[in-house]
Design a protein around this ligand. Sequence first.
Ligand code: GLY
Length: 414
Amino acid sequence: MKYLVVGSGGREHAIAWRLLNDASAREVFAAPGNGGIDEKYRANIQADDFDGIARFSRDNKIDVVIIGPEGPLSNGIVDFLEKEKIHVFGPSRAAAQLEGSKLFAKMIMEKYRIPTCGYRSFSSRADLLKHIDTIRSYPIVIKLDGLAAGKGVGIPENRIEALEFINAMVGEKSSVFVEELVKGEEASILGISDGETVKMLISAQDHKRVFDGDRGPNTGGMGAYSPAPVMTGERLKRVYDDIMVPAVRGMKKEGIPFKGVIYAGIMISGEDISVLEFNARFGDPETQVILPLLNGKLGDIIQGSIHGRLDKIDFSFSNRHCITVVMASGGYPGDYERGKKIEGLENVSDNIIVFHAGTNNERAGIFTNGGRVLNVTGTGDSIQSARSLVYGEIGKISFIGAHFRKDIAYRALG
Ligand code: GLY
């Protein structure tokens, strides 16, 4: 089989690695990919160039296209490629609203009784400001309705911070809502669906803040680990019964079956589990810790989703543990420079997998080309051993300005 993976992050590198590693694929191409992928298999096509992706797929006889990021999914790449008779893994534009419109997701959750946090929605900045005047207790959660590259959520601690977020992020006619803040422990639970059946992947937790101790601004994710100890068997069953199955059944009832990865960002608060958000794609960096633990062929799971026969596909997960630590460019998640030479990749133990994200492969070596640069990943019999392996090796890799968190998986260690 020949696959094309659309996207350029660590998630896409991990998908390509897994397809080759478990012999799902003879060849895997990436558009546009990154410096971790052999030049020969990189297509210089951006993820929003639907015509380019269709042309490349036809010209290279690609069997299956896998879409990594949310942007093209929300813009209808699956509908576009299906019209061109190209097999593609991911939800349609309508189904991807589960991530693309937080209000649509709330509607589905309310209608199909999926536990989520209480909220009030507003269709203009003026209405939101009136509501802010009535709020007496902080923090609150303010969410923009559409995709905002991780910047659409504010958690102001007081009225001044609320007004700052609104001034910076909320336009006159923005669709926006205020949600109650639920405290607890977050986890990422991913399932694969073919529109009818949904099968769960192993649990994971990521670290969104840039600094140790979960402090500082939000990022795309500074590291992750799997499984998440907080996700006991009983909690996983509840997520399956009360969240995944009703969501997939609900979407089908709405006439927009959900195919692809359904990712529930959940909050565990005492006995309660509620959905903070749905995503319509593989998580990044969760994918980098989930796929190394998969027993089974990723290609079979993907084909099962596309062709509506996921019920016939068996897979499981190893009882090992996996952790990934993101090395980021100096300044990230704010402004950062690109083009710094990455040294030491060749010195890292064979037991480590380095998934590339913002990198470029040039004649003179591998150079930084993004905010999140590398995902240094390792597995072990325990989370402690996986963590010691990764932190014992990461120091061998360097580039000017590099920073990474030193405490990934601290929650798992109690
Ligand atoms: N790790 C968070 C996300 O993929 O959205």
